[in-house]
Design a protein around this ligand. Sequence first.
Ligand SMILES: Cc1cc2nc3c(=O)[nH]c(=O)nc-3n(C[C@H](O)[C@H](O)[C@H](O)COP(=O)(O)OP(=O)(O)OC[C@H]3O[C@@H](n4cnc5c(N)ncnc54)[C@H](O)[C@@H]3O)c2cc1C
Length: 263
Amino acid sequence: MLNIRTYAFGIKEVWEIDESKHKPGAVLHTIGWPLDQKTYGGSFLYHMKDRQVSIGLVVALNYHNPYLNPYEEFQKFKHHPAIRPLLEGGTVIQYGARTLNEGGIQSIQYPVFPGGAIIGCSAGFLNVPKIKGTHTAMKSGMLAAEAAFGSLREGTSLKSYWETLGSSWIWDELHRARNYRPAFEYGVIPGLAICALERYILKGRSPFTLKHGKPDHEATNAARLHSPIEYPKPDGVFSFDVPTSLHRSNTNHDHDQPAHLRL
Ligand SMILES: Cc1cc2nc3c(=O)[nH]c(=O)nc-3n(C[C@H](O)[C@H](O)[C@H](O)COP(=O)(O)OP(=O)(O)OC[C@H]3O[C@@H](n4cnc5c(N)ncnc54)[C@H](O)[C@@H]3O)c2cc1C
């Protein structure tokens, strides 16, 4: 049965850091702090080339405390004693934020419609535990293009995209990754235990498929059940206010552009 879709918010900065601290290829993924034990999310830090590191925080949007602010959590994260020294003396060169579609294989809907097909993250092809989806976006684009070509040239149906998806490595990879995200419905510690079981023992061959919890908007509690979170003021060195980050994002919208989201 089709599961609900679930989402996260990812925030990322690219820093240029001191040569002596730069280790090209090094990867760090963390879970937990600054997020609490009931909130799914974690950070990533990738050392790229040219003294650049990509650092970010992903926060699942089914958090309970309505006072939680993912942007401020990320600013706090950069002050951690294990992260701050790495960034010390560095400069931010880019900022970006984007929603992640975290439902995985349980939430994928039929992606073909008359005259078109949905590919990539819009279709839900993100590998959630790895926070990677560029490879599945490209592969699904190729499969859709082949189906479109067949449809134009041989008059075959675009539905063949759905069939080839099912037999491609995308499906296999997403199937193996399917239980990591919903495991955290039971809290961070039980979630980690289930993930360890999946990763090291079952290796994606578990006989069960976990379901996602409530839709994100239903998971948010009433404000009266929580206390406001006091976030520290940005110091302008490691942490920054929203307008500064917005400027670094290079996004440009007309000030009177109609909102495309309707609640
Ligand atoms: C913080 C973060 C870190 C990540 N790290 C990694 C990583 O290290 N490796 C990895 O493989 N993946 C990573 N991902 C996931 C990766 O970004 C996605 O899987 C990938 O971008 C999906 O590609 P896509 O083409 O499907 O969608 P997108 O890259 O989102 O492209 C969709 C494009 O469509 C545009 N668009 C939307 N609506 C409209 C409209 N109405 N009209 C015109 N244009 C529109 C958008 O502006 C966007 O440019 C990360 C994601 C986040 C948020």
